[in-house]
Design a protein around this ligand. Structure first.
Ligand code: HEM
Length: 252
């Protein structure tokens, strides 16, 4: 099976260090397709207000106007309206604090709960994240700095839940027995300064592929196993990868 188009940001050893890269090209939000709109509506129907929240203010309205103008999108006055116009999951941060979010395909957290929290507070529960936490202030001012532009980082995991959303209520719904029950999930995360050096847009695009589609590629298979083998117990627990680690190692 040709897996060359599948994003594969797996590194060995696994690290929570802030591995961000400055984007050379201009970033564009993607106008929503019928498929993604249907998926967002399905998730909103199931998880409703878990998925979005905002602190209403004139500053947020200004940010939404800047985003709509920048990407030539229809007018929107709430983060939910904006999210329904684009494929990405999106959040707005002000001085490093989340002031609005609409993530229809979250990883294992409840999006509405992070509103009002700082970058530091959001990342505090992550194991082995001392460096990330120490750099929180520096990273948040860097990401809002217009003279620096956009940054990109990638996230990956393996999960038995085939949906793009990994909402916590879906955790362990499927108990995986083999590689056939597993999916490779990636996120392309982009930070976009909004022009005033204070506010920034955070955009996330999720991709899901059956793990099978990369398992026959020995280089990728070995990379995955080595990266998971390098994770601490606390990280395996956090990412719900303990049972999956055994399945992978037994399927070498
Ligand atoms: C420089 C940019 C960023 C870096 C380096 C970073 C780093 C990380 C790392 C290392 C993790 C844990 C492991 C992983 O999933 O990779 C994580 C998780 C998380 N990050 Fe960030 N992050 C960044 C930006 C943001 C922003 C702007 C938000 C705002 C919403 C955010 C929200 C979260 C949340 C909610 C989690 C927990 C995910 C879960 O438990 O499933 N991150 N981040």
């Amino acid at each position: 099976m040709n897996n060359n188009n599948i994003l594969f940001p797996v590194k060995v050893p696994y690290s929570t260090a802030p591995d961000i890269v400055k984007l050379k090209d201009d970033f564009k939000l993607t106008p929503i397709s019928d498929r993604i709109r249907a998926n967002k509506l399905k998730e909103l129907d199931e998880f409703s207000s878990d998925l979005f929240n905002e602190i209403q203010s004139n500053n947020l309205i200004d940010c939404l106007n800047v985003i709509n103008a920048k990407y030539n999108l229809p007018a929107s006055t709430t983060i939910l309206d904006l999210a329904m116009n684009v494929e990405e999951d999106i959040a707005v941060l002000n001085s490093g604090k989340v002031i609005a979010i609409c993530f229809c395909s979250p990883s294992g957290f409840i999006p509405s709960h992070v509103v009002g929290k700082s970058f530091f507070e959001i990342h505090q529960p992550i194991p082995d994240s001392d460096l990330l936490l120490k750099m929180s202030d520096k990273l948040t001012s860097m990401m809002a700095d217009s003279s620096r532009g956009c940054y990109r980082r990638f996230v990956w995991t393996i999960t038995s839940n085939p949906s793009m959303s990994q909402h916590p209520s879906l955790k362990n719904k499927v108990i995986p027995k083999s590689i056939n029950d597993l999916y490779f999930r990636t996120e392309s995360q982009t930070t976009i300064p909004l022009g005033d050096n204070v506010n920034m847009l955070f955009s996330v695009k999720v991709e899901m592929n059956p793990l099978n589609s990369i398992w026959e590629d020995y280089e990728k298979r070995n990379g995955l196993i080595s990266s998971i083998d390098s994770m601490s117990d606390a990280m395996l627990e956090y990412k719900n990868l303990k049972a999956i680690k055994s399945i992978l190692n037994n399927s070498k």
